[in-house]
Ligand binder design. Structure first.
Ligand code: FES
Length: 151
């Protein structure tokens, strides 16, 4: 087993078992829900914006598979305290990471633990699980309160 694959499984197990920021938020500035129509799983994201428009706090709730839950946990940890532009840039980099060709070495510079999601490229059907909460975050930052689909 490659190091990346091993690390991928380790991180997914940890964040699925003990998800960070897994709670409802009392008075969020924005919320949005991501839906994966293939399985019916849903992840709702709560965002509190600071005076400067940055992400002061973020949390999530919902039911989803281990990958979607672990990804939401890592996503929330990665974007907390970031500006909106930084969070959007991370979303695009994450999407690129999980959909990149298996032949190429992924660009993981500055992605921290999110880099382990390069491992999901080996399981194309799980890519939507990995991006579910990110779509919800992106919709929340846009101010779109309608549920957003991964399709
Ligand atoms: Fe539903 Fe992963 S199987 S989000």
């Amino acid at each position: 087993m490659s190091d990346l694959r091993e690390l991928y499984q380790e991180v997914i197990l940890d964040h699925n078992k003990s998800p960070r920021n897994f709670r409802e938020m009392d008075d969020p500035s924005r919320t949005s829900e991501g839906v994966n129509p293939l399985c019916g799983d849903r992840i709702k994201v709560f965002v509190k914006l600071g005076e400067d428009g940055g992400i002061e706090d973020i949390s999530f709730q919902g039911s989803g598979c281990a990958i979607s839950k672990a990804s939401a946990s890592l996503m929330s940890s990665a974007v907390k305290g970031k500006s909106r532009e930084e969070a959007e840039a991370l979303f695009h980099r994450f999407q690129k990471l999980v959909t990149a060709s298996l032949d190429a070495l992924p660009d993981v510079e500055g992605l921290g633990k999110l880099a382990v999601f390069a491992g999901v490229r080996e399981f194309p059907t799980r890519v939507k699980c990995a991006v579910l909460s990110w779509h919800a975050l992106n919709a929340a930052l846009r101010g779109d309160e309608q549920p957003v689909s991964t399709e």
